[in-house]
Design a protein around this ligand. Structure first.
Ligand code: HEC
Length: 113
């Protein structure tokens, strides 16, 4: 009798721990984390010129929704468009370069998707 009660409490703890694990996994999926990082970078660096809603044109820069990794990397690191991509606007020299890492650029890409 006593041992079955102990067994039951162990089982309960195990089931609760497992539920908790699942809940935290959902909240911080790698994709969500990437998007959150990208959103922070975007708000800190881009919305002075681009719109807070990436689907809209900003006060200075064009809409950025759907920008590819290649486009972001070329524009941010080199200040150019990637080969074969006709930019929405001619390069004006208004936008500064940003020495972001590939991981940071991936997070921006995820946020802008
Ligand atoms: C000082 C203003 C300014 C800031 C800040 C700025 N941009 Fe821009 N951006 C522009 C302008 C203006 C253009 C239009 C092309 C040009 O003039 O170079 C542009 C164009 C772009 C393009 C090309 C879009 C296309 O499809 O043709 C991308 C991508 C881009 N910006 C990404 C960013 C990101 C990401 C950030 C933040 C890390 C950022 N920009 C910050 C002004 C800015």
């Amino acid at each position: 009798m006593k041992s079955s009660a102990i067994l039951l409490s162990f089982l309960t703890i195990f089931v609760l721990a497992d539920c908790k694990k699942k809940a935290t996994e959902e909240v911080t999926s790698p994709e969500e984390e990437l998007k959150t990082d990208g959103r922070k970078l975007y708000i800190a660096n881009c919305i002075a010129c681009h719109s807070g809603d990436p689907k809209q044109d900003g006060t200075v820069g064009p809409s950025l929704a759907g920008s590819s990794f290649e486009l972001l990397k070329a524009k941010l690191i080199e200040g150019k468009y990637p080969a074969g991509y006709a930019g929405k606007r001619p390069i004006s020299g208004t936008m500064p370069k940003y020495p972001f890492s590939d991981d940071q650029i991936k997070s921006l890409e995820a946020f802008l998707k």
